[in-house]
Design a protein around this ligand. Structure first.
Ligand SMILES: NC(=O)c1ccc[n+]([C@@H]2O[C@H](COP(=O)([O-])OP(=O)(O)OC[C@H]3O[C@@H](n4cnc5c(N)ncnc54)[C@H](O)[C@@H]3O)[C@@H](O)[C@H]2O)c1
Ligand SMILES: CC(=O)N[C@H]1[C@@H](OP(=O)(O)OP(=O)(O)OC[C@H]2O[C@@H](n3ccc(=O)[nH]c3=O)[C@H](O)[C@@H]2O)O[C@H](CO)[C@H](O)[C@@H]1O
Length: 385
C-alpha cells in the first residue's frame, strides 16, 4: 500500500468501524454515566440537611438541581440561598437553583421537563414540633400535600427513584432499645409534624405497591447535629432554637444566658434525656450511599434505614462535651420535663451498615467542635448582621 492508499484505508476504518463502535458504546452506557454519576433533584436543598447533602453529592461527582421556597433559609433578594453559594465555593462546582414550592405542580413539572433527572432526594418540609401543634393544617398542606404533588410529577415524568427524609419520630415512644427498623411506626406519633413523616412514608409504600418500577429509600434520622468541618455551613435556626445543640451553641457564643435542661428525673444514668446524636456530615454521606442502593438492579420497592450512631448521650454529656470543645462555661438550669419527650432514644444502625455500607464515624467531640467552629465564625448564622 502506498501512503495515499494507507490514508484512505485509515479513514475507512474510522468511518465504518471506530465511529459506529463509539456510537453504540454511548447507547449501551446508562445516561447517568455520561454526566458523572447522574442528576439529582434535591428539594429543600438550601436547608440544614439539604445543603450538607448537596456538598457531599457534588464531591461524589453527582450533578445537583436544588429547589427551595426559602421559607426556612436565608437568601439575599433575587439571589441564590447563602448556604448554596457557600457550598459552590467549597466544592468549586455549580448548583442549578430554583426558587419553587413543592406544591406548585406547574413549576415542578417544568423542572422535570427541562432536566434529565435520575433521582430525587426529598427534604422540603416544615419541621418544628411545637409549631405543628399550633398550625396543623399548614403542616399537613406543606408536608403531605406538597410531597404528594412531587410524587405525582415524578410519576408522570417517569422518575421513580427517591430518598425520603424521615425521622425517628415515626417510632413514637420506644417499645424497645436500641430501635430497629422493625419497631412499629405511627402508633405513638403525638404531634402533627411526626404524623406527616409517618403519612408520607405510608404514601410512598402505597405508590410502590401500585407501580413496581418505584424504588424508595426512607432514611429515619435520629438527632442530626454539627456542621461541615469548614465552618462555612451549619444549622441556622430562626428565632429561639427548639433543639438542644443549637441552643447550647447560642449560650456558648453569648446570645443566650443559659440552657434549660428539660427534666433531671428520667430513668437514665444522670436523670436527663438520652439521644442518639449524629454528625451532619455522616448523615449527608448516608444519602450518597442510599443513591448507590437505588442503582442496585436487584432492589425494588421500599426500604427504611435508621441513620444514627447507635450510642446515646444525655443532655449533661452534651453540655460537658460542648464546654470542652469551646472552652466556654455553659450555664444550665434544671426545669420541668418537656411535654412529649421520651427518656431515651437510640438507634440500631446495623441495617445501614450491611445494606448501605454506611456507618457514622464522627463522635460527640467532633460534633461539638464543628458546631462551635460554625457558630463562632457565624454568630448570626448566614445573615451578615
Ligand atoms: N434536622 C433534623 O433534626 C431532622 C430530623 C429528622 C428529620 N428531618 C427532616 O429532614 C428534612 C430537612 O430538615 P432540615 O433540618 O434541613 O430542615 P430545614 O428547615 O433547614 O430545611 C428544609 C428546607 O425546605 C424548605 N421548604 C419547606 N417547605 C417547602 C416547600 N413547600 N417547598 C419548597 N421548599 C420548602 C425550607 O425553606 C428549608 O430550606 C426535613 O424533611 C425534616 O423534617 C430533620
Ligand atoms: C419533641 C421534639 O421537639 N422532637 C424533635 C426533636 O427531638 P429531640 O427532642 O430528641 O431533640 P432535641 O434536640 O429537641 O432534644 C434533645 C434532648 O435535649 C433536651 N433539651 C432540648 C432542648 C433544650 O433547650 N433543653 C433540653 O434539655 C430534650 O429534653 C431531649 O432530652 O428533634 C428531632 C430532630 O433532632 C426531631 O425533629 C424530633 O421530632
Amino acid at each position: 500500500m502506498d501512503s495515499i492508499e494507507k490514508a484512505i484505508y485509515g479513514l475507512a476504518c474510522l468511518y465504518y468501524i471506530i465511529i459506529p463502535l463509539g456510537y453504540f458504546a454511548t447507547l449501551w452506557l446508562p445516561a447517568s454515566e455520561m454526566t458523572g454519576k447522574g442528576t439529582i433533584l434535591v428539594t429543600g436543598g438550601a436547608g440544614y440537611v439539604g445543603s450538607h447533602t448537596v456538598l457531599e453529592l457534588l464531591n461524589n461527582n453527582y450533578s445537583v438541581i436544588a429547589l427551595d421556597n426559602l421559607v426556612n433559609c436565608y437568601a439575599e433578594k433575587n439571589d441564590k440561598p447563602e448556604s448554596l453559594k457557600r457550598v459552590e465555593k467549597l466544592t468549586g462546582k455549580q448548583i442549578i437553583f430554583y426558587n419553587v414550592d413543592i406544591r406548585d405542580k406547574t413549576s415542578l413539572d417544568k423542572i422535570f421537563k427541562v432536566h434529565s433527572i435520575d433521582f430525587v432526594i426529598h427534604f422540603a418540609a416544615l419541621k418544628a414540633v411545637g409549631e405543628s401543634v399550633q398550625i396543623p393544617l399548614t403542616y399537613y398542606q406543606n408536608n403531605i400535600a406538597g410531597s404528594s404533588t412531587l410524587f405525582e410529577v415524578m410519576q408522570s415524568n417517569g422518575v421513580k427513584k427517591i430518598v425520603f427524609s424521615s425521622s425517628a419520630t415515626v417510632y413514637g415512644i420506644p417499645q424497645f432499645l436500641p430501635i430497629t427498623e422493625e419497631h412499629p411506626t405511627g402508633q405513638g406519633c403525638t404531634n402533627p409534624y411526626g404524623k406527616t413523616k409517618y403519612f408520607v412514608e405510608e404514601i410512598l409504600k402505597d405508590v410502590c405497591v401500585s407501580d413496581h418500577e418505584w424504588k424508595v429509600i426512607l432514611l429515619r434520622y435520629f438527632n442530626p447535629v454539627g456542621a461541615h468541618e469548614s465552618g462555612e455551613i451549619g444549622e441556622d435556626p430562626s428565632g429561639i432554637p427548639n433543639n438542644l445543640m443549637p441552643y447550647i451553641a447560642q449560650v456558648a457564643v453569648g446570645r443566650r444566658e443559659k440552657v434549660y435542661v428539660f427534666g433531671n428525673d428520667y430513668p437514665t444514668p444522670d436523670g436527663t434525656g438520652v439521644r442518639d446524636y449524629i454528625h451532619i456530615t455522616d448523615l449527608a454521606i448516608g444519602h450518597v450511599q442510599a443513591l448507590t442502593k437505588l442503582n442496585d438492579t436487584t432492589f425494588f420497592g421500599w426500604k427504611a434505614f435508621n441513620l444514627g450512631t447507635g450510642r446515646g448521650y444525655s443532655v449533661l454529656d452534651v453540655i460537658n462535651a460542648f464546654s470542652k470543645a469551646s472552652g466556654k462555661i455553659i450555664k444550665h438550669e434544671f426545669v420541668n420535663r418537656r411535654e412529649g419527650d421520651v427518656a431515651a432514644s437510640f438507634a440500631d444502625a446495623s441495617l445501614a451498615k450491611i445494606e448501605l455500607n454506611w456507618t457514622a464515624t464522627r463522635g460527640i467531640d467532633e460534633m461539638c467542635k464543628d458546631t462551635w467552629n460554625w457558630q463562632s465564625k457565624n454568630p448570626n448564622g448566614f445573615k451578615k448582621k
